[in-house]
Design a protein. Structure first.
Length: 718
């Protein structure tokens, strides 16, 4: 039998009575045993010792922290709540912590005074790495705790499951924490083959259809102790870039993930040189995940160059091959097998129970129904068989179906509705001109549709809307973007409830206080939004928020520099914002302003690729607009061109920089004669900037002439 998981609830008491009660009720519904101060009773031991003994019996500590530091039992000045957290960490107990939303109203009498706020702030800072999210009401907290525990336990709930690690990520390998406890079922032989094959080839592509588990399998193989001892490993999530990303953005991401110096971001050659230096001391393995997300031509060029680096191995997960002849080797990860013909030989129940597909289904359903001994009954066997046949052995499809199986929803209903969903998808696909999708692709789409259609209508609307976010977004961000758009149905609170509902369907997941999609689900959500009549309103709300965000943080150089961290955290979302503006160019002025501001930001950050990409986008639109309205847009061309010229000059592109400076001078000189007060200072700036480039290019006489022109302007002699 599998080990029974026990939970320790840790918090201050009098201020969180209702919150603790709701959490305990949720654990009871999940049939999870738990320990809490309410049940310690009158014991002869010291309270501190009692807490420690209870923690030693537990697998998880759920820490709930509001505005009280709590009782301090000894001279060390630490509260019993902080001591419980520290002891759980010492014992290797997994910690799931939740901190009160600072914007949520709280009774003043339950906010501790004196030295407590300072100690509480330090304690919250200590636990920040394991905080899953903020909470508000008792019900909001209970739902989050239940969802997090469901996800944690579902990753390790086969009967032979391994113990969960106490801390995140193998040292040195930056894979997503979502895969820390991921139990990979039915892939042992394939993982063994993959580990052997990695060493034999410079470029290995792990191919397979969406939802088949390529990322989980690749990470599992890379976590092998032998490979860990052999390589420095780096995970590079390609879905963060998207199809509209530039080669420069790809270079930036690789440099960022591998911790290369700033100069490595300047060009592809600079990146290659930096990786050669890094791999000379210890071999490097780069794992490019979801390669199909980016432009294949740009991606192929970068990876082709990387394959020439000695002591570098490249592992790619993708629905398609990279396409580099004579270098690339491929392994296909196929769906899990379950041969229906076996049922005639061994009997239906026995065939079901021996299949890997069923093991995934069983693990999910056991948690969802709160029954660790659940097995399919002979009555439901035929319907479960039908469900597994419809899911075609695709792990994500199986998990989506299992997440909906509650006692009020029967296996017969699931089998019938899934078959109907597959039939409708097949009919729709048959009308797609010139395309025929394999059955397994249709099965994945049918399961996504099936799960989505069982969401409430408000949750469906929000699911479509959040497709505009890059992975790793917080509840507060959704509220800021869409709070007004969804305010007609309960506003902020309803957004949190809808996110919980979407997570319960396994369409999104929550980790470390942030929501995320699997790439195939993200693409599905974007597809739904594109088909939605309300798409324009959603996009308008998204653009409006990020436009105001960019203007706020780039209103001055001082403010921009002081908020680098805030902007850096939003990098992925800002890229989504600009991609959306690029796809919907109706508001050119907004696009130019935003790209220019962000181009300056990435320049300050030395993220050269992003900076060039955004500034080039802005100047292209400004040039196009100049034809119809030169008075308004020529100055924008000159200003943006001057900034881009400086960047290209730093990057060594002398010819490109010179052309932009020349263009800026052609625009500003006539304007300076017509409007001297406004444009003479700008002319002097461009002249000064151009001087340095001309001197480097050996055009000394012209450099001297421009320097004199700038000095004359500044001295008022012109």
């Amino acid at each position: 039998m599998s080990k029974i998981t026990k939970i320790m609830i840790s918090s201050t008491s009098e201020d969180l009575i209702e919150h603790r009660k709701f959490v305990m009720d949720a654990l009871q519904r999940m049939t999870l045993p738990y320990s809490a101060m309410e049940f310690f009773g009158s014991r002869t031991e010291e309270s501190e010792d009692v807490c420690y003994k209870e923690i030693e019996k537990c697998d998880y500590l759920v820490g709930i922290y509001a505005w009280r530091y709590g009782w301090i039992p000894g001279p060390d000045g630490l509260s019993i709540t902080e001591k419980e957290y520290d002891y759980a960490k010492e014992c290797g107990v997994k910690r799931l912590c939740y901190i009160i939303d600072e914007c949520h109203p709280w009774p003043p009498k339950q906010i501790e005074g004196g030295d407590a706020p300072k100690k509480l702030k330090a304690f919250k800072s200590k636990v920040s790495k394991v905080v899953r999210s903020t909470f508000t009401t008792p019900d909001n907290l209970a739902k989050q705790v239940a969802a997090d525990l469901f996800r944690e336990l579902s990753a390790a709930t086969t009967e032979d499951s391994e113990p969960l690690p106490a801390d995140n990520n193998d040292e040195g390998f930056n894979y997503p924490s979502l895969y820390d406890n991921k139990k990979v079922i039915g892939r042992d032989r394939f993982i063994t083959e993959l580990k052997k094959t990695i060493n034999d080839h410079n470029l290995l592509t792990l191919c397979g259809i969406g939802g088949v588990g390529k990322t989980a399998v690749a990470i599992k193989a890379c976590k092998d102790e032998t490979l860990q001892g052999q390589f420095d490993m780096f995970f590079i999530p390609m879905e963060r870039l998207g199809a509209n990303s530039s080669e420069g953005q790809f270079i930036d991401m690789i440099a960022e993930a591998t911790g290369l110096p700033e100069d490595a971001r300047k060009s592809l050659d600079a990146l290659i040189a930096a990786i050669k230096t890094k791999s000379a001391t210890r071999p490097v393995l780069l794992l490019f995940d979801n390669y199909e997300s980016i432009d294949e031509v740009k991606g192929r060029r970068v990876i082709s160059k990387l394959t020439d680096v000695k002591n570098l191995k490249i592992l790619v997960t993708s629905r398609t091959v990279v396409g580099i002849d004579n270098v690339e080797n491929q392994l296909e990860l196929k769906p899990l097998k379950w041969n229906a013909e076996d049922s005639a030989k061994a009997g239906l129940l026995e065939s079901l129970k021996s299949s890997d597909s069923y093991q995934i289904l069983k693990a999910r359903v056991r948690l969802l129904r709160g029954r660790k001994d659940w097995e399919v009954s002979s009555v439901d066997a035929e319907h479960v068989k039908s469900v597994l046949e419809t899911t075609c052995g695709i792990p994500l499809a199986i998990e989506l179906v299992a997440s909906r199986m509650v006692p009020s929803y029967t296996w017969q209903e699931a089998a019938t509705t899934l078959r109907e969903s597959l039939r409708l998808i097949g009919l729709k696909d048959s009308h797609r001109e010139g395309t025929i999708s394999p059955d397994r692709h249709l099965s994945m789409e049918a399961c996504l549709n099936w799960s989505y259609e069982r969401l409430s209508e408000p949750a469906q609307r929000l699911f479509r809307a959040i497709s505009l976010f890059a992975n790793g977004f917080e509840t507060k961000l959704v509220e800021k973007c869409y709070g007004q758009l969804f305010s007609d149905t309960s506003g902020v609170t309803s957004i949190r409830e809808r996110l919980d509902e979407i997570e319960a369907s396994s369409l999104i997941s929550s980790l470390d206080g942030k929501w995320s999609f699997l790439p195939i689900v993200h693409r599905y959500a974007k597809y739904l939004l594109n088909e939605d009549e309300g798409k324009s309103k959603v996009e308008a709300a998204f653009i409006s928020y990020w436009d105001s965000f960019v203007k706020e943080y780039s209103s001055s150089d001082e403010k921009l520099m002081s908020n680098l961290k805030s902007l850096e955290q939003e990098h992925g979302h800002l890229t989504e914002f600009l991609n959306l503006l690029l796809a919907n160019r109706d508001n050119h002025d907004m696009f130019m302003a935003s790209t220019t501001s962000l181009g300056g930001f990435w320049y300050i950050k030395r993220m050269w690729g992003d900076s060039i990409s955004y500034l080039e986008s802005a100047i292209k639109i400004a040039r196009d607009k100049t034809e119809k309205n030169p008075d308004n847009y020529q100055p924008q061309v000159a200003s943006t061109g001057n900034n881009l010229a400086i960047l290209l000059s730093d990057m060594g592109d002398m010819g490109g920089a010179k052309g932009l400076f020349e263009e800026a001078l052609r625009i500003i000189r006539p304007l300076s004669k017509k409007y001297p007060d406004a444009y003479l200072p700008k002319l002097a700036v461009v002249c000064h900037n151009f001087v340095g480039l001309l001197e480097e290019m050996g055009e000394v006489e012209r450099a001297a002439a421009l320097l004199k022109e700038a000095d004359d302007i500044n001295k008022g002699r012109r």
